[in-house]
Every structure is written in C-alpha cells, then in structure tokens.
Design a protein around this ligand. Sequence first.
Ligand code: ADE
Length: 223
Amino acid sequence: MFAATLLTLFPEMFPGPLGVSLAGDALARGLWSCEARDIRAHGLGRHRAVDDTPAGGGPGMVMRADVLAASLDAAAGDDPRPRLIMSPRGTPLTQAQARRWAAGPGLVILCPRFEGVDERIIEGRKLIEVSIGDYVLSGGEIAALAVLDACVRLIPGVMGKIESGDSESFETGLLEYPQYTRPREWEGHAIPDVLLNGDHARIEKWRRDEAERITRERRPDLL
Ligand code: ADE
C-alpha cells in the first residue's frame, strides 16, 4: 500500500482535496493512506518554537534543523520510503517520477513554511528537493498535495481502466489532442468531420497530428 506521511505546521490541510473524488474513494478503499503530523509537536520551549532568525541576518524566519530532524525521525526513523522536501528550488516533478513513486511504498514529505529550512536538514536526512513549477507558493502543503495527486491516481486500482492514463498529456511525450462530445454543433462550431465518419485509421492520424501541432505551438521543449 502507498503510504503518505506529511510533516507540516497545518495538518488540517490533509487529505484536503484528496479526500474527495478519485483519490478520496481510493483512500476510503484502503488503496493508499495519508497521515499528517504536526511539526510543532517537536517545537521547543513553552511556545513550541519551530523557527528562528536567519544566520547572517536578513528578513523572515528559518525552520530549525533540530526540530525538523525530531519530527522526521519520529515519523520515519528507518523507513525505506523516499523523503521529499517541497521547494521551488527543487527538481521539477515529472510524470515519469510520479510513476516511479506511485509504484513504491509511498512518500514522506516535509512541507516548509517561512523563508525556508536550515540547509543542514537536507543533507543530514537525505531529503529530495522537489518543485512543482517556477512560481512561489506560501508553503509546501499545496505542492505536496499536487505530488500526491499525481502519484495516487497511478496506483493500480485507483483509475477505473488501467490504461485510461496512457494517452494523456506527457505519457505519450506529447500534449493531448482535442476532445469533443455532443452536441454535434454548438454556438456555430461543429465537431471536426473526421471524428464522425468512423474511419479509425484516419481518426488516429488526425489525433497524432493535432497532438504534435499543439505540442509544437505550446511546448516545443517537449519535442
Ligand atoms: N514551495 C513554495 N513554492 C513551491 C513550488 N513551486 N514547488 C514546490 N514547493 C514549493
């Protein structure tokens, strides 16, 4: 079973949107698990402090390595699961990486807040830094939800038809071709004729050409 453990200051954010629809049904069916642990349980002193001012000065606060280590070690001391830390500085998430993680035992994901974490926790606990894109979120939680969503839908038994993911964007190396359904004409726009005449070889060729055209226009870096 794919087991997700989140380390966060906001455990109430989980499973959040992953508690409904495809992922939520799979959670209820026991195909994956989601445990959110409060980093503040390992905070220091009367105020359960988890952060401190940055060495060298500057704005913001930095999460302490000792507090994060206590939280990680309590959650996953000698656990074989990959340990991730969400960060805009990380390696960008790919479909191929989501597929590898989905086939494994699960993930332990540290969700930072504030200006960041003490660098020593990354090396000291062998954390894999992962980004979900070139923009800055206010914390790692929403990024962790995106990683988990990408993984959970690939767990065997979660999607209705096992191959239903195979023609999607990124699985073929191309963005997805356009889809249509009834009505045949809507606001003066008709469904392309080729899709209505039952010639499956022509339909396949049209879809491949359209996928290539859209990829060339929008994401030439994928070609
Ligand atoms: N935390 C803040 N921004 C992020 C991003 N783009 N990816 C992953 N974690 C983040």
